[in-house]
Design a protein. Sequence first.
Lengths: 114, 115
Amino acid sequence: DAGVIQSPRHEVTEMGQEVTLRCKPISGHDYLFWYRQTMMRGLELLIYFNNNVPIDDSGMPEDRFSAKMPNASFSTLKIQPSEPRDSAVYFCASSSRRSLYGYTFGSGTRLTVV
Amino acid sequence: GQQLNQSPQSMFIQEGEDVSMNCTSSSIFNTWLWYKQEPGEGPVLLIALYKAGELTSNGRLTAQFGITRKDSFLNISASIPSDVGIYFCAGLPNAGGTSYGKLTFGQGTILTVHP
């Protein structure tokens, strides 16, 4: 299994631009999570999906952030417009209830907004 | 919201030494997890604990779920250079419903091992 695949690994963009982060979860996992990691705030859960349906998006910072999961093998996290304070590492993770919280994280996307 | 207090924030040790770190909370958690993160990678699950008082080992790693359900510790015995990384505790407040997946992470313990 290739694990959770995120792209791109690094993204540098100018303030105001739209950014789209992509995630392919592990096949058969029915939960998908988007986390953000910063030095100041640590790991924060932004949103999670179960069977492609958003369950809890209370961690999404503001309306500039949106996430979709059009099918079981793909999810996107979009920031529009991006701001310098959005600079962070964004992780996608997937899990199955059968694995009892055995999350598998992707390698992350390091986003820098200048 | 719920917070986990993880300590110490960082550790500098010599190869071969044992390591201990812990996590405490003001709230009860039903599941405790320990992750390790290496540079440029996402966290990797090391140990999962599901019952108060549970003691679980994974090689040189041992973790315990505190009897009060408000704390957990992780021990690493006979540390080696590849143990370097950031160790995170994470807790889950209850076992199901819409709270599934809402892990709360500690701030991490940065471990440096000198050969």
